[in-house]
Design a protein around this ligand. Structure first.
Ligand SMILES: NC(=O)c1ccc[n+]([C@@H]2O[C@H](COP(=O)([O-])OP(=O)(O)OC[C@H]3O[C@@H](n4cnc5c(N)ncnc54)[C@H](OP(=O)(O)O)[C@@H]3O)[C@@H](O)[C@H]2O)c1
Length: 294
C-alpha cells in the first residue's frame, strides 16, 4: 500500500488526485480533522497522525508499504520549527517505517538542501535526507526547485500582489535565478518512482528546463494574467526592516527574513536533470502558466 504523509498540501493534493484517477490503492496520513475530512470526502483512506508526535505514528505503517513523505514547512510557527518537523518528524516516521518493514521510502527534500547552509529550511532538509539515507530502507529523494501549479502558495501570493499593487514591487534587484518545475512534471517523475522504485533509488534534482530570475518570474506571471505594470525594485535592507516590523503585528508572518534571503541566492540545478533521469522534457514556465493562469 502507498502511504502519503503531507497529502493535504499543494503537492500532496495533486498526487492524491492523480492516484485516485489512476485507481491506485493508497492511504493518507492526516494530522487534523479538517485535513482528514477533506481527504475522506475525496474518497481517500485516511489514518490520523502527526509526525512531530511519535506516539501518534504507532502502527500506522505495515510491512511492504511504500511511504511518500511530503511533510514540510516553509516558515516556523510556535512548536512547528524546521528542527521539530523536518528533522525530528522525519526521524519518527523513519522509525515507524523501520519497525513496520516498509519496502521503499520516498522523501521530498528541496533543491539546495545543504547541512552547512545558513538557511534553517535548507539545512534541516539535508539533515532529514541523511536520516532517510542512513535508515537502511531502500529510498528515493527528490530535490525539487519551485513547484508551480494550480493552488501553489508561491504563485498565489505573487498573483494577489500583482492584482492589488499598482506596480510590481521587487525585493532587491530580483536577479537570483530559479528553475521552476510544473506540478504535472513532478507527478510524471514520482509516478515513475512508484512504478519502479528499485530503478529510482538515490537522489534526484527536479527542475524545469530554464533558469529564470525572480524578476522574470514576476514579469512572466504578470503578463500571463494580462497585467502590464512597471517593476519597482525596493532595496532589500528596507524590505527586511519593513517586514520584521510588520511581522510583529501579524498573526503569522507575511514573509520571513529567511525567505527573503532565499530570494537573493540562485536556486538552480542541472537544466537537463529530468530529461536525463526520467526521459522527458519538462514544460517551460510560460507553457505551465498558459495551462492554469487566467
Ligand atoms: N511547493 C514547492 O514549490 C516545493 C519546492 C521544493 C520542495 N517542496 C517540499 O515539498 C513538500 C510539499 O510541499 P507543499 O508545497 O505541498 O507544502 P504544503 O502545501 O505546505 O503542505 C505541507 C503538508 O505537510 C503537512 N504537515 C505539516 N506539518 C505536519 C505534521 N507535523 N504532521 C503531519 N503532516 C504535517 C500539512 O498538513 P496540514 O494540512 O495538516 O497542515 C500538509 O499536508 C514539502 O516538504 C516542501 O518542503 C515544495
Amino acid at each position: 500500500m502507498i502511504v502519503i504523509a503531507g497529502a493535504s498540501g499543494f503537492v500532496g493534493g495533486h498526487l492524491v488526485d492523480n492516484l485516485l484517477s489512476a485507481g491506485s490503492d493508497f492511504s493518507c496520513l492526516a494530522r487534523s480533522e479538517t485535513a482528514s475530512n477533506a481527504l475522506l470526502s475525496k474518497g481517500c483512506r485516511v489514518v490520523r497522525g502527526d509526525i512531530t508526535r511519535p506516539d501518534t505514528l504507532d502502527g500506522i505503517l505495515h510491512q511492504g508499504d511504500f511511504v511518500i513523505h511530503l511533510v514540510g514547512i516553509l516558515e516556523e510557527k510556535g512548536p512547528a520549527t524546521f528542527q521539530t518537523v523536518h528533522v525530528n518528524g522525519t526521524k519518527s516516521l523513519v522509525a515507524e517505517a523501520k519497525r513496520a518493514g516498509v519496502r521503499h521510502f520516498f522523501y521530498q527534500s528541496a533543491l539546495g538542501a545543504d547541512s552547512g547552509s545558513w538557511s534553517g529550511y535548507l539545512r534541516t532538509k539535508a539533515e532529514a535526507e541523511n536520516i532517510v539515507k542512513q535508515s537502511g530502507i531502500p529510498c528515493t529523494i527528490f530535490r525539487p526547485s519551485l513547484i508551480i501549479g494550480p493552488w501553489d502558495g508561491f504563485t498565489r501570493k505573487l498573483a494577489d500582489m500583482i492584482k492589488l499593487s499598482p506596480v510590481l514591487p521587487l525585493p532587491g534587484k530580483g536577479e537570483a535565478k530559479f528553475q521552476p518545475v510544473y506540478i504535472k512534471d513532478w507527478l510524471r517523475c514520482i509516478r515513475r518512482v512508484i512504478d519502479d522504485p528499485e530503478g529510482f533509488s538515490g537522489t534526484y534534482e527536479i527542475g524545469g528546463p530554464e533558469y529564470l530570475t525572480y524578476r522574470e518570474i514576476v514579469e512572466h506571471l504578470s503578463n500571463a494574467m494580462g497585467y502590464r505594470k512597471p517593476v519597482f525594485s525596493i532595496p532589500m535592507g528596507f524590505v527586511k526592516l519593513g517586514t520584521s516590523v510588520l511581522n510583529r503585528f501579524m498573526p503569522s508572518p507575511l514573509v520571513t527574513t529567511d525567505q527573503l534571503r532565499l530570494l537573493e541566492q540562485d536556486n538552480i540545478g542541472a537544466r537537463d536533470a529530468i530529461e536525463l533521469n526520467f526521459g522527458f522534457t519538462p514544460k517551460r514556465f510560460d507553457d505551465m502558466l498558459k495551462e492554469f493562469v487566467r
